[in-house]
Ligand binder design. Structure first.
Ligand code: PRP
Ligand code: URA
Length: 209
């Protein structure tokens, strides 16, 4: 069964409050999403494997640790996932970035795929799928389906805010995928928006309406 990690770090919770606040403008919203993505990536990469290397410090020779060179990929779900990519790349700059374009049909709330471009060595990489919002879970489930269909084997899902419905949908469809979130909110409203949530993540990131 998938594990669900809710990051309760004070810095993440503080920044998330200003992300939620409706008077926060586009520039600040974007900066805060970027910062929270970096902080979440720090926690979500806790299990990266290390290997020993021999080095010389100015004082002595010693054995120390470096990352074991695992190939990583970041997959933003378009559009809003894009807002989390640079923040993660600050910590893992060698990661490749693939894109999955999905929008949620406003009537049916079902995800509609319109674009997929992944790194060519998809079978060899571990992926972090990113999207600020996990609402019904339809978009995340579909993005992970899309990745698996193309050969990806290991992935995590990282979102800022989730509704219980979204977490359940991902757990049921993809029990092998761990979920990393900054907040688990109360519920979805009748339009499929997370309550209290932050509104429309794409519109707030890109200043559209
Ligand atoms: C938002 C959000 C997620 C999706 C979540 O995207 O960024 O991708 O909704 O909802 P779900 O869990 O119910 O699928 P949207 O479809 O609004 O597209 P956009 O990012 O292009 O604005
Ligand atoms: N998509 C968003 O951008 N916000 C929500 O609350 C739900 C889906």
């Amino acid at each position: 069964m998938a594990k669900v990690y809710v990051f309760d770090h004070p810095l993440i919770q503080h920044k998330l409050t200003y992300i939620r606040e409706k008077s926060t403008g586009t520039k600040e919203f974007r900066e805060l999403v970027d910062e929270v993505a970096t902080l979440m990536a720090f926690e979500a990469t806790r299990d990266l494997p290390l290997q020993d290397v021999e080095i010389d410090t100015p004082v002595s020779r010693t054995t120390s640790k470096v990352l074991a060179g695992k190939k990583l990929g970041i997959i933003p779900i378009l559009r809003a996932g894009i807002g989390m990519v640079d923040g993660i790349l600050k910590l893992i700059p060698a990661a490749k970035v693939g894109h999955i374009g999905l929008y949620r049909d406003p009537e049916t709330l079902m995800p509609v795929e319109y674009y997929v471009k992944l790194p060519s060595d998809v079978e060899e990489r571990d992926f972090i799928v990113v999207d600020p919002m996990l609402a019904t879970g339809g978009s995340a489930v579909e993005a992970i389906n899309s990745l698996k269909k193309r050969g990806a084997k290991n992935m995590k899902l990282m979102c800022l805010i989730a509704a219980p419905e979204g977490v359940k949908a991902v757990e049921e469809a993809h029990p092998d995928v761990d979920i990393y979130i900054a907040a688990l909110d109360e519920r979805l409203n009748e339009k499929g928006y997370i309550v209290p949530g932050l509104g429309d993540a794409g519109d707030r990131l890109f200043g559209t309406k």
